[in-house]
Write a protein that binds this ligand. Structure first.
Ligand code: HEM
Length: 307
């Protein structure tokens, strides 16, 4: 049975390091070898710093997949969806390789990120690097707890990982979407707390969900809490983390799922909105600056890469 990369379903950690690369021409065979060695590198440092709960993820950009793994293609692999309405825009960036390093120690993440870059060496260009951190008790920089309604326990696996029936060749893999959001915290902090709470439809300090009748159709929760035609919840596993310095701050949004569709439906519900034109008012205070779609192969497919 195929094994998943452990970072996909890992519990939240204190520090994150996200590295986004583009492959340089004619290096595909070198890159295949390097990527196939990365899980062993993660294992080595997870062992060495066992208290840090290190977990990593290696993912391939949807536009790069056919070049790096011509042997086969995940059934629903497709590019990041094009989406824009008024001033709500989801920009698209085509990265070839995504590396997520998460642990409870920022120094361990730094060591591992350095080793990843050494291993990939001149075969790639580092296009984006984001250092992220847990903020207070798992809050986004808006001050609201993020991740409360995430799937828990075994359900994380059911939501995030492809099973044998869905796609036997790529089982234990996952469809990944990322967006780096930049918050306008000056504007956000000028709102009364009650107005901020209305934006999410949750209370701020106690993190309580509003009753159904009090949720505005434009609230974030209302826009992303979707049901399928059988009334079943449409879910993703979010592994987002806050990032920032004194100049810019925001959320590095990360979604894993057994299909690309749930993320696409949620994003459309936020940006385009419903039939009455209700879009997500959270987007008045934050703007995606990047967006990309990847596939996270199982450990078995990653090993195949190196052969
Ligand atoms: C700056 C960007 C974002 C921020 C600050 C943010 C923040 C939050 C917060 C505070 C919650 C409530 C607590 C929780 O259940 O986690 C939440 C819920 C949720 N968010 Fe976001 N979010 C962002 C972007 C997105 C995007 C892009 C999607 C999907 C396309 C998304 C999907 C969800 C889902 C599915 C829930 C759970 C809804 C429920 O079932 O109640 N979020 N988000």
């Amino acid at each position: 049975m195929a094994r998943e990369q452990f970072g996909v379903c890992a519990e939240p950690s204190l520090h994150g390091y996200y590295l986004l690369f583009n492959a340089l021409d004619d290096n595909n065979s070198f890159i295949r070898q390097a990527l196939s060695h990365l899980p062993a590198l993660f294992d080595k440092y997870a062992d060495r710093f066992s208290e840090a709960n290190l977990a990593g993820v290696i993912a391939i950009g949807t536009n790069y997949w056919d070049e790096i793994y011509p042997k086969g293609r995940p059934k629903h692999l497709r590019p990041f969806p094009e989406m824009a309405s008024d001033d709500r825009i989801a920009p698209i960036c085509n990265y070839d390789i995504y590396i997520e390093i998460r642990s409870d120690r920022g120094d361990v993440n730094h060591i591992v990120a350095t080793k990843v870059c050494e291993l990939l060496a001149d075969s790639v260009e580092l296009v984006e690097q984001v250092r992220a951190f847990r903020f207070l008790d798992g809050r986004d920089l808006t001050g609201f707890v993020d991740g409360t309604e995430n799937p828990q326990g075994y359900h994380r696996r059911e939501i995030a990982l492809i099973n044998e029936e869905q796609d036997a060749e790529f089982s234990a893999g996952s469809y990944l979407h990322i967006q780096r959001y930049r918050h306008n915290l000056n504007l956000w902090n000028s709102l009364e707390v009650k107005d901020q709470e209305d934006v999410f439809a949750r209370t701020k300090v106690n993190n309580e969900e509003y009753s159904e009748e009090n949720k505005a159709p434009t609230s974030h929760i209302k826009r992303v809490n979707l049901k399928d035609s059988d009334g079943k919840s449409i879910e993703i596993l979010r592994q987002s983390m806050p990032y920032g310095d004194m100049k810019l701050q925001g959320l590095f949004f990360v979604s894993y799922c057994h299909s690309p569709e749930p993320f696409e439906l949620m994003l459309a519900s936020m940006i385009v909105g419903d039939e009455n034109g209700h879009s997500d008012h959270m987007l008045k205070y934050t703007q995606a600056e990047t967006g990309a779609a990847f596939f996270v192969p199982s450990l078995n497919v990653l090993a195949e890469l190196g052969k």
